[in-house]
Design a protein around this ligand. Sequence first.
Ligand code: ADP
Length: 500
Amino acid sequence: MNKTIESKLQNLNIEKRAFIDGIYVDSIEGKTITKLSSVDGRDISGLSACTELDINKAVDAAMRSYQDGQWRKMSLKDKKNIFYKFANLIQQNLEELALLDTIETGRSYKNYFFDSIPKAIEAIRWFAESVDKIYDHAISTSYTSSATIIREPLGVVGIITPWNDPLVVALWKLSPALLMGNSVVLKPAEQSSFSILKVAQLALEAGIPKGVFNVVPGYGTEAGKALALHNDVRGIFFTGSSLVGKQILQYSGLSNMKKVGLECGGKSPFIVTKNYSNFQKTSEVLAKNIFYNQGQICSAPSRLLIDNTIKAKFLELLLLESGKYTPKNPLDLESEVGAVVSFKQKERIEAYIQSGIESGAKIITNTTKKTPVDGGAYIQPIIFDDVHLDSLIAQDEIFGPVLVVLGFDTIEQAIEIANHSKYGLAASIWTNDFNEAHYVSRALESGIVHINSYGDDDYTVPFGGVKESGLGKDKSIYAFDEYSNLKTIWMNFEIVRNDT
Ligand code: ADP
């Protein structure tokens, strides 16, 4: 490993306490989380394990800031300038933030530095640029009446984030939430809290008033649950597993019917027909999207649906491409793929691989390569052929570098297999037949469909799924709707003089 990177790591001052009302504070009960880095097993314990008491304190601070109105009532122009400063501060701290995320999650430093954190910064700028371009409405309802429909903030908003892309997901929720005038309490994943704790201080430095943005780390079943159940929280926005997403809906029903936004799991189909000519390109795109970040991306195309007449030829190309995603030490500057997030996650993925073998499916990739770093948690890319449609590996979200291959004979059969899933996040169809592309993209039960591409996206388009992949949208102009309520103000006018 690069010695400079290691010495930078040694010199990092990692903030592990909650950020409430503009300052770092120990958790009230003083509990902390013990954990080892999946990079190499080094001890990175000490993150505060906050509980309901800390959540109550943070929600109170957020509520005070909301009521005093300094942020809520600030002009869009001023909010926007503060956001630009916020983005610049993150940019200036990019190296440190990338190191924090790498050591906590095992994903490659290069990914964080060049891809993931720049996307998080882009979210701040994109939403700041957009917020004063969306107008409210005025309607002339009759000659003597008029109505306006305006957006209002929800109040105190809770955000619960996952570990697989820590700052991107946090900032694409936080940016529209804050710009709409809400005050926020964010509960990051216990596996990845260091970078967002640092970002909270940068937000204050940029000019976001104290209490408007609070970060409370801790376990989901304690801090996350308390936030989602809190009666002063008016909206809860979550990214994570479908199982927990369903619990969040229940917490809303058990408390104050707060607004809920959920971005949950996926088992996205990647459909290759015989009508597409460039299989080399297709195999490159598939390998990149399923094996990048060790497959720990909710929209990863984890099911290859392939026409049986081209299957053998396509798998040959795919095997060559998959070899490029062998994990390496994530702290090496040229490493594209690092470790999985934790030892627990490694066990979970390996249990799925074992269940695949027991179901009769056949691994066609080479699994004999040794781990790149002793003491770390790494998994080689796995491709399963001869997969049974109803087996666990074909139905569950594994969230690891595991691809299942399912053959089809007709396009109708491909659609049926693709929709035979409780998820509906993303999908892709590869064909040169324009009518087929249109037909399949309309027939797929999915929030996003790519034609002859996968994973292409930017902030102009919404991200989110259907079925058990969730409800509501992240990104795009529609994200502002999630963090606001529409209010109608109806006005009747008296006719003061006869003007007939
Ligand atoms: P994963 O399985 O990928 O870790 P989870 O859905 O368990 O995903 O976690 C996503 C986020 O939800 C994390 O911040 C986690 O702490 C939080 N979380 C987990 N369980 C709960 C819960 N019961 N209530 C609220 N938040 C939770």
